[in-house]
Design a protein around this ligand. Structure first.
Ligand SMILES: CC(=O)N[C@H]1[C@@H](OP(=O)(O)OP(=O)(O)OC[C@H]2O[C@@H](n3ccc(=O)[nH]c3=O)[C@H](O)[C@@H]2O)O[C@H](CO)[C@@H](O)[C@@H]1O[C@H](C)C(=O)N[C@@H](C)C(=O)N[C@H](CCC(=O)O)C(=O)O
Ligand SMILES: Nc1ncnc2c1ncn2[C@@H]1O[C@H](COP(=O)(O)OP(=O)(O)OP(=O)(O)O)[C@@H](O)[C@H]1O
Length: 508
């Protein structure tokens, strides 16, 4: 019985026009894998994909063993869509559906799929300059900063990350922060084909662990910070760190590391460029001033002198993100003028984004969905108000359960009103997620009151209703996202739109 295809399938990623076909025999040699049917050695492969629904004629279908299903369960669909060869493991190769196609067998096929895709698409990462940013928080923001400055410097840029993918000014949706290896290699090839010279990209720990950035050469590897997250996927913080550290094992020609906190210093070796907001480093900042609307000015001190920075983003952590971007850009010879200009105009959707309907309190949407980020976001708004801080906060389902009480704790310690609500419960019972957050919130010294309102729209409306003049309402967790995933179905939901509507409805 062929497996049931998933209803929710992300849009197929773009493919390059110019393809250099490779024979399955050549691919078997590249990845040093066993080819089951040498009689088919000349079959020509023109693309690679690991999603059966995205196969186009001429593709190698990578049927990977997954945590939920085996890719070989979808081989019939892949072949019907035109797959001419399959990469899989021994178990996959035994499937009846594969009896007539050439099969490349590897004990861990995920490890070689990136290499094969890079070969088929002509090693595209060597044709562009890749700026890779990893770390728990700040990846999106730092890549947006790098992209904005590179544009100001006249480069043709691409961007790959959580909010979306950009090829020049064309915007595509992202289903992952870092795409799967074949999609990523195809994307690099498309970007190179369209004359993109520089690509700022987020490198998630999932990507490093799952080989999504195999056969990818980075010009710059940058590290923001590490705090608790994804402990459903990584066994411990130490393992999580070791995975992040893979970006600094020779894959990048230049390494730039934020050494604030305990983890960054462990990545420093001879030649590492460092940045810090708290101690000595190659790049430091001084004279940080915050305007009433949260914009920041500061002086960045680097090896060749100072750069005056005006940043339209609130939060002290954005000074750290900016320093990291500045250090990367300086290492690549980008002028101080372009750095100042690009940072002066940078905008990052859903990150400390203000919603201003002329109301008498401040309203902010922020993508903070990790305990450390919640703490920093609340500290940042607290520093700017004499009023109360009200936060609407949830926690995702089917992800790191250990962080739920810590999210509740971080918020309850800092907010005058914490409204615990839902945020992508996915397949889980939303009330049990809220209960775990509540447990953390009630186990600490609360600054104020804690409410529980599951319905996110009602929770946001309640926050607006409770706000007094001069207060700050923070709607945290979803940032730029446009949907709420409940029981496998994505319901349209935007924090910015909901907050805007709530303020208008309340005539504030
Ligand atoms: C832990 C993780 O990342 N898992 C990814 C992994 O899942 P898996 O190996 O278990 O695969 P599976 O779903 O069992 O499927 C097995 C094989 O069958 C294929 N298949 C499966 C179903 C189908 O209908 N058709 C089909 O072809 C799949 O493509 C796959 O090759 O491979 C799948 C196929 O690409 C991914 O969808 C899946 O991402 C899951 C859904 C996910 O949510 N990942 C998140 C956590 C993630 O990667 N996040 C990071 C960033 C996190 C952050 O920084 O906050 C990211 O880079 O996005
Ligand atoms: N350097 C930083 N240190 C701590 N918190 C940060 C930092 N930069 C951003 N944040 C917080 O994290 C939130 C997400 O920021 P951003 O999207 O840039 O991080 P990210 O690493 O891309 O996150 P994700 O991996 O979840 O996509 C922000 O809204 C802010 O609250």
């Amino acid at each position: 019985m062929p497996a049931k295809l998933e209803g929710k399938v992300a849009t197929a990623p773009p493919r390059p026009n110019a393809i250099r076909p490779a024979s399955v025999a050549a691919l078997a040699a590249v990845a040093d894998v066993h080819l089951t049917r040498p009689a088919h050695a000349d079959v020509q492969v023109t693309g690679v994909t690991l999603r059966a629904q995205h196969v186009v004629p001429g593709d190698l279908y990578a049927a990977l063993p997954g945590a939920r299903v085996h890719g070989a369960d979808f081989a019939e669909t892949a072949i019907a869509n035109g797959a001419v060869a399959v990469l899989t493991d021994e178990a996959g190769a035994a499937r009846e559906a594969l009896k007539d196609v050439p099969v490349l067998i590897h004990p861990r096929p995920r490890e070689v799929v990136g290499l094969l895709a890079a070969h088929v698409y002509g090693r595209p990462s060597t044709k562009i300059r890749l700026w890779g940013v990893t770390g728990t928080s700040g990846k999106t923001t730092t890549t947006y900063m790098i992209e904005s400055v590179l544009k100001a410097a006249g480069r043709k840029t691409g961007l790959i990350g959580t909010v979306g993918t950009r090829i020049g000014d064309e915007q595509l949706d992202s289903s992952h922060t870092t795409p799967e290896a074949p999609d990523l290699q195809a994307l690099f090839a498309v970007m190179a084909e369209r004359g993109i010279t520089d690509v700022a990209m987020e490198v998630s720990s999932h990507a490093l662990e799952l080989g999504r950035v195999a056969a990818t050469e980075f010009e710059i590897g940058a590290f923001t910070n590490l705090s608790q997250d994804h402990l459903d996927f990584h066994a411990s913080m130490e393992e999580y760190f070791e995975v992040k550290a893979q970006l600094f094992d020779g894959r990048a020609r230049k390494e730039v590391v934020c050494v604030d906190g305990e983890w960054g210093p462990r990545l420093v070796k001879d030649g590492t460029i460092t940045v810090s907001t708290t101690g000595p480093a190659t790049w430091t900042a001084s004279g940080v001033e915050v305007s009433p609307t949260g914009e920041q000015t500061f002086t960045a001190h680097g090896p060749d002198g100072d750069v005056e920075i005006h940043l339209p983003l609130a939060g002290s952590f954005n000074v750290a993100n900016a320093l990291l971007a500045i250090a990367c850009l300086h290492a690549e010879g980008i002028s101080a003028e372009a750095v100042a200009e690009g940072l002066r105009t940078v905008q990052v959707p859903g990150r400390m984004q203000r919603v201003d309907e002329g109301q008498d309190f401040t309203a902010v949407v922020d993508y903070s969905h990790k305990p450390a980020a919640v703490a920093l976001a609340l500290d940042a708004v607290r520093a700017k108000t004499d009023g109360r801080v009200i936060i609407v906060l949830g926690c995702g389902g089917d992800r790191d359960r250990a962080k739920r009480p810590l999210m509740g704790e971080a918020a309850a310690q800092r907010a005058d009103v914490l409204i615990i609500t839902d945020d992508n419960p996915r397949s889980e019972d939303a009330s049990s997620i809220r209960a775990a957050m509540l447990e953390g919130a009630l186990a600490t010294v609360n600054r104020g009151e804690v409410l529980e309102i599951g319905d996110r729209k009602l929770a946001i409306e309640k926050a607006v209703e409770l706000a007094h003049p001069g207060d700050v309402v923070v709607v945290a967790g979803k940032g730029h996202e446009t949907g709420q995933e409940i029981a496998g179905v994505i319901h349209p939901f935007s924090d910015v739109e909901t907050l805007t509507a709530a303020i208008r409805k309340a005539h504030r």
